[in-house]
Design a protein around this ligand. Structure first.
Ligand code: GRG
Length: 298
């Protein structure tokens, strides 16, 4: 049962954000500093909150989901650091502060991303080691880790990123655009929700409904991001806007126009909410999160 608000989950998560970064030798302390710089720079924390909320929605405890909530935020933060680098999107501002490579240089930023990725796997594996004598608890943790790794991996976020990089300055079909958005962005959101559900020992029906919610929310999230890159406020977003057009990126507004993109965002948001309608109050956090994301545009 979901007992907390989005902000309460976010606060719980942020209190433990650094707990699963291993103690790093003083001789490698720049690695720790650069990882912490990007992790603590802010961010909406949507993936970890979704993960913890899905866990409690299905009957688990948010505190037990913390290693996995941190793991997904570590992976997400690595992806932002690498995405911002000159060899990819070449951005100077992220989460309202200079990007990692602007502060630490390209070599350290690359390693900060690598370090965050391996810290994520270490956090989850270390947690699993505690459950060798409880096969059911171990099984749900292995399943949760698999959902996260799959969403982040070479058929998920990384696949989407390479398709996105290769689509720059080219004509992009609607089918390819959907593939990029689903893999690059939605798969991590789906991974977060499904991992939480697994940790909460979900029923098949809960998993199915939460997945439909996450698929629609994930796509809505990217359509919203595309629209905000065209007409969002750089100060509110904490990152540069107008980048997509300048880099001839494949986006919803570029292929469909702004009005059609906004219509699509509305449809996806409604579909996300509809997927959980049967749970009434227990799904309130998920429903209001979908509406809150869309409201950034309307
Ligand atoms: C480098 C393998 C690799 C992948 C990069 C995250 C990503 C994939 C690209 C970032 C480009 C981008 C702006 C994608 C749109 C959706 C997205 C992931 C936005 C950033 O996520 P938020 O809004 O960020 O949750 P905060 O800062 O709030 O955590």
């Amino acid at each position: 049962m979901i007992e907390r608000t989005f902000d309460e989950y976010r606060r719980l998560f942020e209190e433990h954000l650094m707990d699963f970064i291993p103690d790093i030798d003083q001789k490698s302390i720049t690695l720790y500093d650069s990882m912490r710089y990007s992790l603590t720079a802010g961010g909406k924390r949507i993936r970890p909150v979704l993960l913890m909320a899905a866990c409690e929605f299905c009957g688990g405890k948010a505190e037990e989901a913390l290693p996995y909530a941190c793991a997904i935020e570590y992976i997400h933060t690595y992806s932002l650091i690498h995405d911002d680098m000159p060899c990819m999107d070449d951005d100077e501002l992220r989460r309202g502060v200079p990007t990692n490579h602007m502060v630490y240089g390209d070599a350290v930023a690359t390693l900060a991303g690598d370090g965050l990725q391996s810290a994520a796997y270490e956090a989850m594996q270390r947690d699993m080691l505690l459950y060798f004598d409880n096969f059911d608890a171990l099984k749900s943790r292995i399943r949760a880790a698999y959902e996260i790794v799959k969403g982040a991996g070479v058929t998920g976020m990384v696949a989407g990123q390479i398709a996105d990089v290769e689509a720059e300055n080219k004509r992009c079909s609607k089918e390819l655009l959907d593939y990029i958005h689903i893999t690059k962005t939605a798969d991590m959101i789906i991974g977060a929700v499904r991992a939480g559900a697994r940790l909460g020992s979900c029923s098949d029906e809960e998993l199915e409904n939460l997945t439909v919610y996450a698929e629609n929310l994930g796509l809505a999230f990217q359509v919203c991001d595309d629209i905000l890159d065209v007409e969002g406020d750089q100060d509110l977003l904490g990152k540069e806007t107008g980048h997509d057009e300048a880099n001839s990126k494949a986006t919803y507004p570029a292929l469909y126009g702004l009005d059609e993109s906004k219509k699509k965002l509305r449809e996806l948001t409604d579909a996300a909410k509809e997927a959980l309608a049967e749970y009434y109050d227990n799904a309130e956090l998920f429903v209001s999160l979908a509406e809150m994301l869309a409201s950034r545009v309307y």
